[in-house]
Design a protein around this ligand. Sequence first.
Ligand code: ZN
Length: 244
Amino acid sequence: MRYAVMSDIHGNIVAFEQVLKSLAEHGVDRYLCLGDIVGYGARPNECCDLVRELDHVAVSGNHDLAASQPGLERWFTSAARASILWTRETLTSDNLDFLQSLAVTTSAGDARLCHASLTDTSTYVAWPEQAMESFGLMDGRLCFFGHTHYAEWFVQNQAGKLPEQLTAASGAVVRLEKGYRYMINPGAVGQPRDGDSRAAFAVYDDMASTVEIFRVEYDIASTQKQIVAAGLPSGMATRLSNGR
Ligand code: ZN
């Protein structure tokens, strides 16, 4: 089975459609979505609709939770909070139900899926020390996560040992080897923050035991216009240009 691995779409339908176009060329059977389908971007319904049309397995992100559960927005920065309130107003009841129905962690084949970490939807895994806790909760060899919006991966060759952290450059192929365990972040579709403004995603081939990392250019200006036209905080538009 070949899986598309996508995270942090964040209401950016232009980037999401470009990623799906690219995935159609790579050939995938199922779509894994690691949460934060909404938040920041101006097309939350279109992104939810598109995920729901795909043969997908999805988990909930912190923005998905906050958009669908009043009260949770108080934990966010003021700009993020403004976008969450706007998103909640904008989402159809069908899409609110869809977001509420998502689990915090789940599995697809032999891979565990979560948004931020295996402990909860908002604890960042940005350093090996932070990855340790999730490695401790894994029963298989592989976990996909997002939330940091950085394409990167952690590999551990012995339980309890500090994992190694590696950057996942575009075109990189992670070969899953026996005796090793992996936590892989495909990067963000809709709001990269690792300095590369292109939309990020991965393809997991469980027969070949490989995870390929990809970046694809999309029409950033078009997404920026949507964000400004919706009256969302302008910083959410400008940051897309520099991928930070
Ligand atoms: Zn996110």
